[in-house]
Structures are given as structure tokens and as C-alpha cells.
Design a protein around this ligand. Structure first.
Ligand code: FAD
Length: 317
């Protein structure tokens, strides 16, 4: 939760390149990373996808990487998505899985959003190439939310891309004070909004700091999205948020095909399967690739129990 006192430290560690070298070199880190990241190679994520689809769940695949300052790296990320999408043809989607079961999630900062010259336009052009390739194989695309300094640029790029790719989805973060208004603005017909709590360290002038405030904001935002005409995507492991979604679906009459639940790979797998068995669409956000450090540190920051487990493994207990 956002109020975990170690959270700011771990999130800062997640941005330190010195610590990155030290932490990624530890053998124990790799075995723990496997809980959240099925592998580094495309083949590993394709096998994980097969298993997830066979269990009746949909998937959103993220090629790990963020904050690129190198145009060649941004190009390599685009290529990784194009290669992955080309592989989607090899995947058999079991009958009965609703909506496009296959989606990719992108981080615009990995596509060049912060390159010193024309970063915004480069990320837009790169995302456009991925959207076109996804459309060709019938997959959906989602643009992830990063820290609050990126929100305006990200939403502007999404707005522009949706002109040609109207199923494109994006993410809003309930911890940001602006998000309830963004939900209102972005809940029109055809919209697809993933609502999450938010995973970055944000200052108090832009973001709620206490867990209860974030939860209350999440619930208000869900009300707006369920009352709207779009397709809400409830991205949370929190039983209270999931209960709120069930209650809102009942109150607003949105059928099970009008919204979906999303959780991260390796987290609350039983609950994911239970919801899917109950006829809900459940999408598993599944990252792969070798740039897992920032993602892994955000997962540690969320859950002190994970940190304790990590610390115990380090000292061999
Ligand atoms: P938390 O407040 O972390 O936890 C609340 C409760 O959920 C816990 O008390 C516990 O009951 C349960 N719970 C949580 N974790 C576990 C666990 N490991 N095991 C068992 N129970 C658990 N963030 C972004 O900033 N941008 C994004 O684009 C983004 N995309 C996301 C996509 C998906 C599909 C998901 C699920 C999350 C995404 N996030 C993103 C991360 C998100 O912002 C949160 O950091 C993360 O989901 C933790 O918040 P939570 O809602 O699960 O609740």
C-alpha cells in the first residue's frame, strides 16, 4: 500500500543504477524475480501465455524497459514488440475466451518519450507502428501510466493514436489527485481505461499519500468509470476494490462483458482463477525481458512481506 514506510526508499533504489548492478548480480534475486517475470526471452513469455490462455484468462504482455535515453534502445523495443506480435499467430486462443484475449502493454518512456529532441513525436510514431501490427493480428494495445510528469504527454499521445486505433486503452492512477477528473473526461463510448492505484513515488501536491485516501479515490474513480459508457478495467489485487467493482456492476447493470479484472503475473493467482471460473474476464499483466529491475523493485515496495522474504533469502534463512 502507498503508506508503507519503506516504499519511498525502495522506489528510489529502483531508480539507482549502482544498486541495479549490485541487486541484479545476486543469484537469489533472479529466483525471486521469476515469481513476477516468467522469463527474459520471447519464448518464455510465449509459453507462459499458452498456460494463461489455457487456464481461461486473457493476457497483456509488457516488454520490460523504461526511461530510454538512447534512440537505438527505443528502436530495439519497437522491434521486440513487432517480433512478439508476429508470434501471436502461433498462439491458439481457446474457444470461449471473450474479447481479444491477447493484448500488449507499452511504456512510452521505453519508446523514446524522453529523448532530448522530439521525444514526444518519436514515442507517438513508435507506438503507432506497434498499434498497426497489433491490429493486423487482432490484438489489443494498452499504454501504461508512468510517473506524473509523463501524464499529460501520455494522454495526448493516446488521444492522437485513438483516432486511427479506437480500441487503444490507457491507464489512470487513483493516487493522482487529477484522476477523478481524467476518469470523467475519458469514460465516453468506446473508451478502455485500466484503473490502478499507482506504483511510483509522487509528491503530496499531485498525489494522495495515505493508503485510505488512495483507496477512497480508487472507489470514486471506479464509480465514474462504471457510470460511463466505456469498458472499465479493474487493475487491483485488493479484495475491497474488487468487491466495489462487483457492487458497481450490479448497481449500474454492466454485464460481465462490459468490464474486466486485471492482476499482475504471479500475484493472487488463485483469485485470478476463481474470478475467471465465475465467468469474469481476467487479464494477467505479464512482463518479460531483461530490464526487470525497476519493475521488481516496485513489486518489493508494494509488499513488506516480499521484502522480508528477499532479506531472509539474502542471509540464507
Ligand atoms: P495494494 O494497496 O498494494 O494492496 C491491497 C491489498 O491487496 C493487500 O492488502 C492484499 O490484501 C492484496 N494484495 C496485494 N498484493 C498482494 C500479494 N502479492 N499477495 C496477496 N495479496 C495481495 N501502476 C502504474 O503506476 N502504472 C501502470 O500502468 C500499472 N499497470 C498495472 C496493471 C495491472 C494489471 C495491475 C494489477 C497493476 C498495475 N499497476 C500499475 C500497479 C498498481 O498501480 C499498484 O502498484 C499495484 O497493483 C498494487 O496495488 P493493489 O491495487 O494491488 O493494492
Amino acid at each position: 500500500a502507498v503508506s508503507n514506510p519503506l516504499r519511498p526508499l525502495l522506489l528510489a533504489a529502483g531508480r539507482s543504477s549502482g544498486l541495479k548492478r549490485a541487486v541484479t548480480a545476486l543469484p537469489v534475486t533472479r529466483s525471486m524475480v521469476r515469481r513476477y517475470v516468467p522469463g527474459e526471452a520471447q519464448d518464455a513469455v510465449v509459453s507462459a501465455t499458452r498456460e494463461i490462455l489455457a487456464s481461461g484468462r486473457a493476457i497483456s504482455i509488457d516488454h520490460l524497459g523504461e526511461d530510454t535515453s538512447d534512440p537505438a534502445q527505443a528502436e530495439a523495443t519497437v522491434q521486440a514488440y513487432l517480433d512478439l506480435l508476429a508470434d501471436f499467430g502461433r498462439l491458439e486462443v481457446p474457444a470461449g475466451l471473450p474479447v481479444p484475449a491477447l493484448e500488449v502493454s507499452l511504456k512510452l518512456s521505453a519508446l523514446g518519450q524522453f529523448l532530448p529532441q522530439d521525444g514526444h513525436d518519436i514515442a507517438l510514431a513508435n507506438a503507432r507502428r506497434i498499434c498497426a501490427a497489433a491490429e493486423a493480428v487482432g490484438a489489443w494495445v494498452n499504454v501504461d501510466a508512468e510517473d506524473h510528469t509523463t501524464t499529460d504527454s501520455t494522454l495526448a499521445i493516446v488521444r492522437e493514436l485513438r483516432v486511427d486505433h479506437p480500441t487503444l486503452a490507457t491507464v489512470l492512477q487513483a493516487y493522482l489527485r487529477r484522476t477523478e477528473d481524467d476518469c470523467r473526461a475519458l469514460s465516453g463510448p468506446g473508451s478502455r481505461i485500466r484503473l490502478c492505484k499507482g506504483a511510483y513515488a509522487e509528491p503530496a501536491d499531485v498525489a494522495f499519500q495515505r493508503g485510505e485516501e488512495v483507496d477512497a479515490s480508487y472507489q470514486r474513480c471506479l464509480e465514474v468509470l462504471f457510470a460511463g459508457e466505456g469498458y472499465p478495467m479493474v487493475a487491483s489485487h485488493d479484495p475491497a476494490m474488487i468487491d466495489t467493482a462487483h457492487a458497481l456492476a450490479e448497481r449500474t447493470g454492466k454485464g460481465k462483458d462490459g468490464y474486466e479484472f486485471q492482476m499482475l503475473y504471479g500475484i493472487r493467482d488463485d483469485e485470478q482463477r476463481r474470478l475467471a471460473a465465475d465467468g469474469h474476464t481476467v487479464r494477467v499483466y505479464t512482463p518479460y525481458g531483461d530490464e526487470w529491475y525497476g519493475y521488481f523493485m516496485r513489486r518489493l515496495a508494494e509488499r513488506p512481506a516480499n521484502l522480508l522474504f528477499f532479506a531472509r533469502s539474502l542471509v540464507g534463512r
